[in-house]
Design a binder for this molecule. Structure first.
Ligand code: NAD
Length: 496
C-alpha cells in the first residue's frame, strides 16, 4: 500500500494554476470554440479549484469526428491484440507512476479521502491491465461446425464509443468504462461530470504521454444539458455508456434509441441489507455503518434499507449508534477524517430535504443527521443519519445519495425477501447470516443485478456488476461480457 500524501503536490499545484483547463481532443489540449467556462470546486472548502472550458454541442460533434478519424486512420483499431495490450500496459504503468498526483486531484475535486482516491486510481490501473490481458487471449475468430458450409464469426471493434460519467467516482468509473472499450480496439469520447472534470482530463493527458495514438482517448468537458446531450445524440458514435441518475439515463436512452445506437445505462439504487439473528451484531453494524458513510454515502450500490431481524433489532441499533458516533466528519485531506463532504450545496440540500420529508411522513430518528460544521472549512458537510419505521416512506423508497440509512424489522425469511424486493430499483443487495444455505437462498431470491453475502460493496475483476429495472440496462461492467460488448459480431459464410 502506497503512503498517503496530504499536502498539495507540485504537479497538482501546477495543473491547477495553468489557467482555464481545456479538454483533450485528437491528442491536443483544446479549449473548444466558445468562451464559456464552468468552475470546478473543492467540496471540502467550497473554493474554486479551476475554471474549465465548457464545450458546445458543435465542439462535442467535432470531437466525435476526431475520434472517428482516429478509429479509421490511427491504426489503433487494427493493431494486433498483443501490440494493443503493450500500449495499454504502458498507459497503466504511467497511471501507476502518477497515482499520487491523479489521486490527489481526485481527492480535492470530488471530496474524497486520500486513501479512497488512491484506491480508485489503483482500480483504474487494474481495469486497464485486466482488459488488456483478456483481449489478448480471447479468440476473436470462432469456427462454426455447420453442415455444407465453411463458417465463422468474427469480433471487431465498433468505432467511437461515448461515455458520460457522474461525479461520485470519476476515475474508477472511467477505468471500468473505457478499459474494455480500448482493449477491444475502439476509440472513446468521455464527458465527465461538471463537478469533477479534473482527473479525467489529466488521465487523457497521461494516455497521450504514454504513447496512445492521437484521438483514441478524448475528454470533452461541459455541461450535461449541452455537451452530454450532444454526445448522446451524436449519430457518429457506435456505442454509448451512461452512468448517472435514472432521470438523465432516460434522456440518454431516448437519444440513442432515435439513432439506433446500443446504450448501456448504469443508474441509481436503493439497496437492501438483510440481517439475520445469527450474525455478530457489532461486526455487522460496523460494516454497514462503514458502507453508508463511505464517500459520504454517495455510492449508487450502497445498502440504504437495512432489514434487521426483530430479535436483534435493539442490540443492532445500539451498536449502530456507537459506530456512528465514531465517524469523524471533516475536510477530506485532514488526518483523522473518516467521512468527508458531499459534492456540492445542491447535494447537501437534497440530503437535508429527504430527512425532513422522511420525518414528516412518520420516520423515527435513530441517529439524527443534519448539517455538520467543520471548523475552518466552508464546504458541504452533513452528519450520518439513521431513520427507522415503515418502508412506505419517501426516505426509504427514493435514492437520497448521502450518509442516510433506513431501518426496519422482519421476522420471517420470506418477509425479508419481499421487503428487499419491494423497490423500483435493482442494483445491489446483501444478506448477512452465518447459515450459508440460507445466505445463498436469499441472495438468489433478491431481484437485482448483484447479491452480496456477509459484505456490501464487493467488486472483483471478473465478477459482472450491473443494474436492472430503474438501476440500469444493457449489460454491466468488469467481466468478460463487458469486453464482448465492445466488439460487434459478424458472421462469415461460404457454402461448400
Ligand atoms: P446525473 O445523471 O445528474 O449526471 C450524470 C452525467 O450526466 C453528468 O456527466 C452530467 O453532466 C450528464 N448529464 C446531465 N444532463 C444530461 C443530459 N441531458 N444529457 C446527457 N448527459 C447529461 O448524475 P449525478 O448526479 O452526476 O450522479 C449521481 C447518480 O449516478 C446517482 O443516481 C447514482 O446512483 C448514479 N450512479 C450509478 C452508478 C452505477 O454503477 N450504477 C455509479 C455511480 C453513480
Amino acid at each position: 500500500m502506497a503512503s498517503l500524501v496530504t499536502s498539495k503536490l507540485p504537479e497538482v499545484e501546477s495543473y491547477l494554476s495553468e489557467g482555464t483547463v481545456p479538454g483533450v481532443v485528437g491528442g491536443e489540449d483544446w479549449g473548444g470554440s466558445g468562451d464559456t467556462v464552468f468552475q470546478s470546486c473543492d467540496p471540502g472548502s467550497g473554493d474554486v479549484l479551476a475554471e474549465v472550458h465548457a464545450y458546445t454541442a458543435d465542439d462535442v460533434n467535432r470531437s466525435v469526428e476526431k475520434a472517428n478519424e482516429s478509429f479509421k486512420k490511427s491504426g489503433w483499431a487494427t493493431l494486433a491484440p498483443n501490440d494493443r495490450a503493450v500500449r495499454l500496459h504502458r498507459f497503466a504503468d504511467l497511471m501507476e507512476q502518477k497515482k499520487q498526483v491523479v489521486s490527489q486531484i481526485e481527492a480535492i475535486d470530488a471530496g474524497k479521502l486520500p486513501a479512497q482516491a488512491l484506491g480508485d486510481v489503483e482500480n483504474f490501473v487494474e481495469s486497464v491491465r485486466f482488459f488488456a490481458d483478456m483481449a489478448e487471449h480471447v479468440q476473436r475468430r470462432n469456427q462454426l461446425a455447420v453442415a455444407g458450409h465453411e463458417a465463422w464469426t468474427l469480433r471487431s471493434p465498433w468505432g467511437t464509443c461515448g461515455f458520460i460519467f457522474p461525479w461520485n467516482f470519476p476515475v474508477l468509473l472511467m477505468g471500468w468504462g473505457i478499459a474494455p472499450a480500448l482493449a477491444a480496439g475502439n476509440t472513446v469520447v468521455v464527458k465527465p461530470a461538471e463537478d469533477t472534470p479534473l482527473s479525467s482530463i489529466y488521465i487523457a493527458r497521461l494516455a497521450r504521454e504514454s504513447g496512445m495514438p492521437d484521438g483514441v482517448v478524448n475528454v470533452v468537458p461541459g455541461l450535461g444539458s449541452e455537451a452530454g446531450a450532444a454526445l448522446s445524440a451524436n449519430p457518429g458514435i457506435r456505442r454509448m455508456s451512461f452512468t448517472g441518475s435514472p432521470e438523465v439515463g432516460r434522456l440518454v436512452g431516448e437519444s440513442c434509441g432515435r439513432n439506433l445506437v446500443p446504450v448501456k445505462l448504469e443508474l441509481g439504487g436503493k439497496g437492501a441489507a438483510v440481517v439475520f439473528e445469527d450474525v455478530d451484531v457489532e461486526e455487522t453494524a460496523k460494516k454497514l455503518v462503514g458502507a453508508i458513510t463511505f464517500h459520504a454515502g454517495q455510492v449508487c450500490c450502497d445498502a440504504t434499507r437495512w432489514l434487521i431481524h426483530k430479535s436483534i433489532y435493539d442490540d443492532f441499533i445500539d451498536a449502530c449508534r456507537q459506530e456512528m458516533q465514531r465517524v469523524k466528519v471533516g475536510y477530506q485531506l485532514d488526518g483523522g477524517t473518516t467521512m468527508g463532504p458531499v459534492v456540492n450545496s445542491k447535494q447537501r440540500d437534497r440530503v437535508l430535504r429527504y430527512l425532513e420529508k422522511g420525518v414528516a411522513q412518520g420516520a423515527d430518528i435513530v441517529v439524527p443527521g443534519g448539517p455538520a460544521e467543520v471548523v475552518g472549512h466552508k464546504g458541504f458537510y452533513v452528519k450520518p443519519c439513521l431513520l427507522s419505521g415503515s418502508l412506505d416512506n419517501v426516505a426509504a423508497r427514493e435514492e437520497i445519495f448521502g450518509p442516510v440509512a433506513y431501518m426496519t424489522t422482519f421476522e420471517q425469511e420470506s418477509e425479508a425477501i419481499s421487503l428487499a424486493n419491494d423497490t423500483d430499483y435493482g442494483l445491489a443487495n446483501s444478506v448477512w447470516t452465518t447459515d450459508l444455505g440460507r445466505a445463498a437462498r436469499v441472495a438468489e431470491s433478491m431481484i437485482a443485478g448483484n447479491s452480496w453475502i456477509n459484505s456490501h460493496n464487493v467488486f472483483a475483476k471478473g465478477v459482472p456488476y450491473g443494474g436492472i429495472h430503474k438501476s440500469g440496462m444493457g449489460g454491466g461492467v468488469n467481466s468478460i461480457e463487458t469486453l464482448f460488448d465492445y466488439w460487434r459480431s459478424q458472421s462469415i459464410v461460404r457454402p461448400l
